[in-house]
Design a protein around this ligand. Structure first.
Ligand code: NAD
Length: 256
């Protein structure tokens, strides 16, 4: 069943990782997809592979001008109904080692980028009679860890922004929800320097689901929110974290 037939989506950070998995799934389900990213070679190659239902645009999510181009590209494909604000960057540093420039760069992409995305699609989605905006936050937008002060701040901000937008836009049929992935096997999730097996053993072995997640496992949550199956969900938080936020088994504690 094509769950997104007739829909047009912009997916930011769509050239690799979870954005790429989402673009693949959306096209498989009948959507027209604009892949927006700063990685031009990867994004163009993916759009070529996906064929006539996908197009790549260079989109730096912190640029207002780039957002105008991305919306125009989507409107060439069809009626813009879906936005996935997925692009983000992360750097792990202690607060004492985080410069203002480091902090602000992460805010620009993760927080301002999400805001600009939401603002850019309001007019076309209103004209279309509604739409779905899915903001990819993180488990770090629900709890906190040492070493990710800037990243975590922006992911909590995305969660708050989601709720404000849901309240403002529900009257126009525009739903806005946040998705909170746990550890997912992408570049950001450690794939450049560890195998899945190494990660499972060193990080995930005491989690309720004792392994790293796959990009598709988050993409399916995003897919649901993009479809008309989710028409009564707005302002919600959808978690795909292998149970990380729930808690974990403790070595030495009784366990079934
Ligand atoms: P990734 O680093 O593999 O991919 C991120 C993509 O965003 C890349 O294609 C990158 O080029 C793009 N990007 C970066 N800056 C951009 C900008 N200014 N404009 C446009 N695109 C830009 O990461 P991922 O793991 O696929 O992450 C996807 C989303 O999931 C992010 O929002 C991330 O914060 C979130 N997330 C990831 C994990 C994880 O463990 N991987 C966990 C929780 C949340």
């Amino acid at each position: 069943m094509k769950r997104l037939a007739g829909k047009t989506a912009i997916i930011t950070g769509g050239a690799r990782g979870m954005g790429e998995a989402t673009a693949r799934l959306f096209v498989e389900h009948g959507a027209q997809v604009v892949i927006g990213d700063v990685l031009e070679a990867e994004g163009s190659a993916l759009a070529d592979e996906l064929g006539k239902n996908a197009t790549f645009v260079r989109l730096d999510v912190s640029s207002e001008a780039d957002w105008s181009n991305a919306v125009a590209a989507a409107e060439k494909l069809g009626t813009l109904n879906v936005l996935v604000n997925n692009a983000a960057i992360m750097r792990m540093t202690a607060i004492t080692d985080t410069t203002v420039a480091d902090f602000m760069q992460i805010v620009q992409v993760n927080q301002l980028g999400t805001f600009l995305g939401i603002r850019s699609v309001i007019a076309p989605m209103k004209a279309a009679g509604g739409g779905s905006i899915i903001n990819i936050s993180s488990i770090d937008g629900l709890h906190a860890q040492a070493g990710v002060s800037a990243y975590s701040s922006t992911k909590w901000a995305v969660r708050g922004l989601t709720k404000t937008a849901a309240i403002e836009l529900g009257q126009y049929g525009i739903r806005v929800n946040s998705v909170h992935p746990g550890g997912i096997y992408t570049e950001m999730g450690g794939s450049a320097f560890m195998t899945e097996e190494q990660l499972n053993e060193s990080v995930y072995k005491d989690f309720p689901i004792p392994r790293v997640g796959r990009p598709e496992e988050v993409a399916y949550v995003t897919l649901f929110l993009a479809t008309d199956e989710a028409t009564y969900s707005t302002g919600g938080e959808f978690i795909a974290d292998g149970g990380w936020f729930t808690g974990m088994r403790r070595p030495g504690m009784p366990c079934s």
